[in-house]
Design a protein around this ligand. Sequence first.
Ligand code: NAP
Ligand code: HSE
Length: 401
Amino acid sequence: MKIAILGYGTVGKGLVEIIEGNKNKRNIQIEGILVRNKEKYKSSKYNDIITENIEDIFDKEIDILVELMGGLHPSYEYIKRALKDNINVVTANKDMLAEYGDKLVKIAKENNVSLRFEASVGGGIPVLKPLTESLEGNDIESMYAILNGTTNFILSKMYDEGLPYEKVLKEAQELGFAEANPEADVEGYDAARKLSILSTLAYHRRVYWKDFYLEGISNLDMKDMDYAKKLGCKIKLVGQSKKNKENVTGFVRPVLVDNNSLLSKIDNEYNIVVLNGNSVGELSFVGKGAGKEPTGSAVYADLIDIFDKRISNIDSFMQEKIEVEKTISNNCQALLRFKSPQKEEIIKLIKACVDEFEIVEDNDELVIMVYANSEYEINNILCLIRDKGYCKESRKLLKIS
Ligand code: NAP
Ligand code: HSE
């Protein structure tokens, strides 16, 4: 079994350690490792096969190219070249799958080779394989998930230990959880890309990540954590999608979840994916969503599946894109925060618009939980408050149950 690895960072090193640890079970020969800066690895025992030149990799005879560099380019060009050269590919690159999954799956099919990407969603959690192999007898109707380890780690540390956002983000970077550009984590792009991969495989139509409603965690502050605690809730970055007759509804956003809910139990770098199948009912997959060993474990499993000739059906990437509806149209609860001297006017207006609301705090800011028939109704209230000049900048945090 001969492989080459593009990238020897967090995941690349995790994979190599797992290959070494399993030598007695599977003899996987690493023929080459591509990096950007070879100098960094001069004391590595793999120094003689580490290269900065991609041609050194393609000169070798390999069964599988493992792409663990990240980013769109040149990873896309290297993967495409490998597939066209009849080399199987394993990747952990969700940016790539979310953007070019359709093209790559088509090329893999045309060349009769495998493209596997278990590590691209949920880190170490085996979820794509069950979804594409074990759940074939189901129509997946909906899903909800925590799909980003970095943001879940940040939110957990802010909530449990009162640590500031910047400090915890730095810690997540040091632990190897964050993307090279952590904007992808904190602005929710990474979770949206993963939700799009899951939704595409689940609903058998291509679901494009930028079509989801998307909101990250960078605007949350310690006051949000305090209000969440007061309400018996936590804050989680949640991705949710639902297949309707003609379209899909979906979002990635920070939300309040009850302390006794399943989502609230998923802390630090852990992820969860909850799928609803028409035959099987609700299924949950939980585990470490980021980090060296967990992610290496998922990449390793893909290698074994290719060697053992197990095939997953990933054709949905080649299907037409389906329309994505962004707004929640059913009952909706939201925590609204206003910094304004015109608190009475705001309360009066809210009273006139919704049947039920609850004042959570009335000090230097006014904080109200509203219960509405839809998110649209809540957005209307916020527009009215702004148009009347009562408060220019309000904040809204949905609560889901
Ligand atoms: P990383 O630690 O930043 O490592 C990236 C590696 O790729 C480094 O060895 C780097 O070389 C090499 N590289 C980057 N660009 C290159 C280029 N243009 N040419 C040659 N080599 C290049 O990244 P990572 O955390 O391992 O992530 C790798 C992939 O796995 C990404 O797609 C990421 O989204 C995905 N992923 C990561 C995790 C996680 O927990 N970290 C989990 C799931 C999926 P140098 O060392 O010389 O800079
Ligand atoms: N940056 C990603 C995360 C890595 O934090 O979840 C795993 O995909």
